[in-house]
Design a binder for this molecule. Structure first.
Ligand SMILES: *Cc1c(COP(=O)(O)O)cnc(C)c1O
Length: 476
């Protein structure tokens, strides 16, 4: 396919774009319980208008677009205050939680290079519940991830386990407020105390929780301490494009002070082109997400967020109670906000996810680990809070359906995986195996239970390699 020789009429363009969405999940109806954070069409409209107003402006050079400097610093000041930082706390807007977390690791690495010359191979200590973006940071930045187990009942990391993993090469501790998988907050004050004792930096990943937990706290709900009010917390990430309800491409990374933030930045005068100074990862960067974020914070105000959080919180409590009442299902741990996971000791939860998908719902499958059973994850947001009863109704039906269905033959799949592992070319054997369960070439799979089963049984590094093979074929 080449670029069409002659341009196409704009009606045709928009009709085609609309058609491309035909197989997408219908998020507007509130049947998607991840990926989308919908504050309702009126607020979305305000965000969209602000976004398109600044779509073309380029944050690469604040001297050319002072508007973007103002937008960014105002949003960062609002978030810093929300996270109980003082005027020393500084930060930046980034394109997402992954970038924020990667920058926190990059800053720690370069801070250590400047202040800890004895460190030969930098390490960061993180719980197994920490987001994959830290492993991505480790991979990109050559920092060794030292993964610590968790308490299998509370799903929190034990501070003493973090302490035990510290070595002379440790430069950074990481914990979550909350983690994505079970929605529980790690013991931040205890870990912060350990960080201070050892003179270490400590990053709190509040990508999903930063806004929601802060508003809960302000409304008087009990919320564990997780932000800059805790001495020893040196950086925090908080996503605007999750429970800040901004448009996608907006997150924040905040540091305790400028002395630390300095190590995030990159400047380069060694080329024939313009002198470059990038505080974050991107260089050319649209003003759209910044304006969308600024608009939503100002349009909703605290009271608007209180209303949203209260609605979502009540819906979550009802949903959790409803799931507990379905025989065979149980919610894991004590979720701090509006995301949680549930499992079953008698039912195959990946089949349950497929049964829900056939009824038009998306809920996210989570593989097992030595500390967590396989589970299904649910994130409630303002756009799906009204669907709690309908979700519970279909969940009850789906549980019955899966109970009566032929169970997945886990033993047989284990045997096939073992066979593939022993073949002379394991990757080819796995590709063949995945082909038989509907994942090959450029086709997207319809049912995911078998695929999830195989991925869950495989050793992590092989599952990673297989997924890369698949995507390498999928995108032509
Ligand atoms: C979503 C999330 C991230 C990553 O954010 P992206 O915006 O998807 O890059 C990191 N940490 C936690 C806890 C998250 O929930």
């Amino acid at each position: 396919m080449g670029i069409p020789q002659q341009g196409r009429p704009k009606e045709e363009i928009f009709a085609a774009l609309q058609r491309f969405k035909a197989r997408d999940l219908d998020w507007e109806s509130g049947r998607v319980w991840a990926y989308v954070y919908n504050p309702g069409s009126e607020i979305r409209q305000v965000v969209n208008q602000a976004y398109t107003m600044f779509l073309t402006e380029n944050a690469l050079d604040p001297t050319v677009f002072p508007s973007l400097l103002k937008l960014e610093t105002e949003v960062v000041r609002m978030v810093a205050e929300l996270l109980q930082g003082d005027e020393q706390v500084v930060g930046h807007l980034t394109t997402g939680g992954t970038e924020s977390n990667m920058l926190a690791v990059k800053t720690a690495r370069d801070w250590a290079r400047a202040h800890r010359s004895e460190v030969s191979q930098p390490e960061m200590v993180l719980p197994i519940t920490a987001h994959a973006s830290f492993h991505k940071a480790a991979h990109y930045l050559c920092v060794k991830p030292v993964v610590v187990g968790i308490n299998p009942h509370t799903f929190q990391v034990e501070p003493e386990a973090m302490r035990a993993a510290i070595t002379p090469n440790t430069i950074l501790l990481v914990a979550s407020a909350p983690n994505w998988s079970q929605g529980v907050v790690d013991p931040i004050p205890e870990i912060a105390a350990i960080a201070r004792e050892h003179g270490l930096l400590f990053h709190v990943d509040a990508c999903v929780g930063g806004f929601y937990l802060s508003f809960l706290r302000k409304m008087g709900y009990p919320v564990p301490d997780f932000d800059f009010s805790v001495p020893g917390v040196t950086s925090i990430s908080a996503d605007l494009h999750k429970y800040g309800y901004a448009a996608k491409g907006a997150s924040t990374i905040l540091y305790r002070n400028r002395d630390l933030r300095r190590y995030q930045m990159f400047a380069c005068a060694e080329t024939t082109a313009y002198t470059l100074i990038n505080p974050t990862m991107l260089s050319t960067k649209s003003g759209g997400p910044m304006a969308g974020a600024w608009a939503v914070l100002n349009y909703l105000g605290e009271e608007g967020f209180f209303h949203i959080v209260r609605t979502v919180h009540e819906a979550t409590q009802r949903l959790i109670a409803g799931i507990h009442d379905i025989p065979g299902l149980r919610v894991l741990g004590e979720p701090a906000m509006c995301l949680f996971s549930f499992t079953s000791d008698t039912l195959h939860v990946f089949q349950l996810a497929d049964a829900m998908a056939r009824r038009g719902w998306y809920i996210q499958a989570q593989p097992s680990t030595p500390f967590t059973p396989r589970s299904l994850h649910i994130s409630v947001n303002y756009g799906n809070a009204h669907q709690v009863d309908a979700l519970l109704q279909d969940l009850r039906e789906s549980v019955e359906e899966v109970r009566q269905a032929t169970p997945i033959d886990t033993e047989n799949i284990r045997a096939m995986v073992a066979w593939a592992l022993q073949s002379p070319d394991p990757m080819a054997a796995f590709r063949q195996l995945m082909g038989t369960v509907g994942i090959q070439g450029t086709e997207l799979p319809e049912e995911l239970a078998l695929i999830n089963e195989i991925l869950d049984i495989l050793p992590d590094h092989l599952a990673d390699a297989l997924l890369i093979e698949y995507f390498n074929e999928l995108y032509v």
